[in-house]
Write a protein of this length. Structure first.
Length: 329
């Protein structure tokens, strides 16, 4: 919701924006492909002020309030800079995505803050103009490394391909129908910089070639709506997931259980620990989520979960009521 009112000579504007969660990597597509999710995300409210610069008034969960160390703060500061405004923006962050879960919480905040800042500044920019700002915002949570596979799906919605060489080079990929998924969020926290630091510098040529081929086939399967095959390719990463899976002690049990229950594929998302399964429909996804959760518990790891779908919409304005009472936007 965007509200504007005048108080004395100053014009104040406020916007409350939902930034959706997202899945990234999708198996063989490390730093290259991501997908926006429905029903789960963070909410960022922006308020235009006369005090220059960005100030974070609320974040919670020990998230830094320093705008340079906060993905939302950094993204909004860059939008303010792009606008050449001498005014300031106050941000209030409502975290709904568990921190360090692997479903793009830091990206959701960066994208929502950039869009909210843009709105209070008078909607000077289109989504594509904010790519650099959201990438820089997300980089705050990734040890300074830009990768667009969560933040670009959160900004634009849908499935997004982005180049690890130059993340501002991206393509929006159409899929013919929404993808149903079960997402398990084990109660472990894995921070992206740590999960990146354990990855090998060099990998065998054969594995790299096979990964490249599987990513190409995965893309084709997604675009043609063959989600059964897409699920299969999502399980074939040889470079990153095998290393990170060691951090998620329930990984093998969850994967086995999901496949046995009919999942088309099951993999880690982003740096984990969340795991997602691709299902035929929401009913199957619900049954698959139940067995994923039991398998995790049997390994001694409590987990939360949700059934969701790919979403065509990225950041969007939410009403004040939705933002306050925590209803799923
Ligand atoms: N592609 C990034 C990684 C996503 O896997 O490190 C981080 O959530």
């Amino acid at each position: 919701m965007i509200q504007s009112h005048t108080s004395g000579a100053a014009v104040e504007s406020r916007a409350t924006v939902f930034g959706p969660a997202s899945l990234s990597n999708l198996g063989p597509g490390f730093d290259t492909i991501g997908i926006c999710l429905t029903g789960i995300g963070d909410v960022v409210s922006a308020c235009l002020t006369d005090r220059a610069g960005v100030r974070i008034t609320r974040a919670g969960y020990g998230i830094p309030l320093d705008p340079l160390r906060n993905t939302a703060g950094r993204a909004a500061s860059l939008v303010l800079e792009m606008a050449g405004s001498s005014q300031g923006i106050d941000l209030a962050i409502e975290k709904r995505i568990p921190i360090g879960s692997g479903i793009g919480g830091s990206a959701a905040c960066a994208a929502a803050a950039a869009w909210a800042a843009n709105l209070v500044l008078g909607k000077l920019f289109e989504h594509e103009d904010l790519v650099e700002a959201v990438l820089e915002g997300e980089a705050v949570a990734s040890g300074g490394c830009q990768h667009g596979d969560n933040v670009l799906p959160a900004l634009f919605g849908g499935v997004v391909l982005t180049s690890p060489v130059d993340p501002t080079d991206y393509r929006l990929i159409e899929i013919p129908r929404p993808l149903s998924m079960a997402i398990l969020i084990p109660r472990l926290s894995i921070l992206t910089p740590e999960a990146r630091a354990i990855l090998p510098e060099l990998v065998p040529l054969r594995s790299a070639v096979e990964n490249a081929s599987d990513l190409a086939f995965l893309l084709h399967a997604l675009q043609s709506g063959d989600f059964r095959r897409a699920g299969r390719y999502m399980m074939r990463d040889r470079l990153v997931e095998p290393v990170r899976a060691r951090l998620v002690t329930c990984y093998n049990a969850v994967r086995r259980a999901a496949l046995k229950a009919g999942a088309y594929g099951c993999a880690l998302t982003g740096s984990g620990p969340a795991m997602f399964s691709v299902a035929e429909d929401d009913t199957d996804a619900k049954a698959i989520l139940a067995v994923m959760r039991s398998a995790s518990l049997e390994e001694g790891i409590e987990a939360d979960g949700l059934v969701t779908r790919s979403s065509e919409s990225g950041v969007r304005v939410v009403s004040t009521e939705e933002a306050i009472d925590g209803r799923r936007p």
